[in-house]
Design a protein around this ligand. Structure first.
Ligand code: NAP
Length: 337
């Protein structure tokens, strides 16, 4: 029975939720997929880089008990050495998003693949800034580079293509892909202030470390770019996305349009125009009859415009477990090949 050594960078909301889910699904993973695992590497910016090929006690880690370092032990000098010490088979990247470069997550994933581990990312920066390079490296090393949780958490938006929809042409898509702005707009509609609404999103564990990344549309733009690059083969850079966040909407205006039977949503759009794919993120005023207008709280939705038909997917009120599930599903994909 295969046993996987798992190593994870980033032990915040996502990393911890993933470890809880691994523990909760341990029996199911073993029975259905013959997967056994142990956590042999864990790292955060402030606490440091820990590796033990015999595995850590996951419950102790979740309770904040980091392993004591032996008196003569040193910190690994870089991620490569850490992965070697952890004897990692599968590497998970769950550190904070750095939207402009995807670093240092991009280098972490490269090091993992170069060292012979599979690479799974919840961090979308490396998809936007290194998808082609990481995919080519994974192919060369006969390993997998997967990132399903980066957009719509556990919903298999990337896995749907190409095999779920063979011989179709994706002409465009649009959707509401950022949970924080959806929560913030919903809470303002209910009467909270902008600042209180942001705090609510942070309390739910869905806001990016720096909420400006959500409010100014960066997170939505990164997701849009990732989808356009991976699903439409677009040669689009993050800075080419036309981007407007939600800060310019006043609380009064948000409540007034709601009272009048309409809603603001931060909408992402990609459309093929000739050889290029045009991408934009902006608040749109939607009629109540629009499917996107009905989205509440953390819910998100996407509509794919295919040459054969239109396809809409709604993710209803996901919590952090849904993101953790996306990582777990990628682990199963690695194991089943
Ligand atoms: N939250 C969601 O709903 C969600 C959904 C999908 C994808 N994601 C993505 O998942 C990732 C993690 O999100 P999160 O909500 O878990 O964030 P978080 O709670 O802020 O945790 C981030 C973790 O990354 C660590 N970290 C940051 N920079 C690092 C570095 N340079 N080297 C090593 N560790 C580093 C932090 O360590 P310290 O605490 O020691 O600084 C912390 O443990 C992000 O890329 C995010 O975009 C999040």
């Amino acid at each position: 029975m295969p046993s996987y050594n798992l190593a994870i960078v980033g032990f915040g909301n996502v990393g911890r939720a993933f470890l809880r889910l691994l523990i909760a699904k341990e029996t199911e993973l073993r029975r259905k997929y013959d997967i056994r695992w142990r956590l042999t590497g864990v790292a955060t910016r402030r606490v440091g880089w820990f590796a033990d090929p015999d595995g850590f006690n996951p419950i102790a880690l979740l309770n904040g008990h980091w392993p004591a370092r032996a008196a003569n032990s040193t910190q690994p000098k870089d991620v490569r050495e850490w992965l070697e010490r952890a004897k990692a088979d599968v590497f998970f990247e769950a550190s904070s998003l750095e939207a402009q470069t995807g670093q240092p997550a991009l280098d972490h994933l490269k090091a993992a693949l170069q060292g012979g581990a599979h690479a799974i990312s919840a961090n979308k920066g490396p998809v936007v800034h290194g998808y082609r390079e990481l995919s080519a490296l994974a192919k060369e090393k006969n390993r997998k580079f997967l990132f399903e949780s980066t957009v719509m958490d556990g919903v298999p938006v990337f896995s749907l293509f190409p095999l779920g929809l063979p011989a179709t042409e994706l002409r465009g898509f649009h959707g509401v892909l950022n949970s924080t702005t959806n929560v913030v707009l919903t809470e303002i509609e209910k009467g909270r202030t902008f600042a209180d609404a942001v705090q609510r999103a942070q309390a739910l564990g869905i806001a990016e470390t720096d909420p400006a990344a959500d409010l100014d549309g960066w997170d939505a733009a990164v997701k849009l770019t990732a989808l356009a690059i991976v699903l439409m083969g677009a040669d689009v850079k993050l800075e080419q996305v036309k981007r407007t966040g939600i800060r310019e909407l006043s609380e009064e205006k948000i409540r007034a349009v709601r009272a009048a039977g309409m809603r603001y949503k931060l909408v992402c759009r990609a459309e093929r125009k000739g050889d290029s794919v045009q991408c934009c993120v902006q608040p749109e005023l939607l009629l109540a009859s629009d499917a996107l207008a009905g989205l509440e709280g953390t819910s998100s939705a996407i509509r794919f415009d295919l040459d054969m038909f239109g396809l809409s997917i709604v993710e209803h009120n996901p919590g952090i477990e849904a993101t953790a599930y996306g990582l777990l599903a990628d682990l199963v994909r690695v194991a089943v090949g």
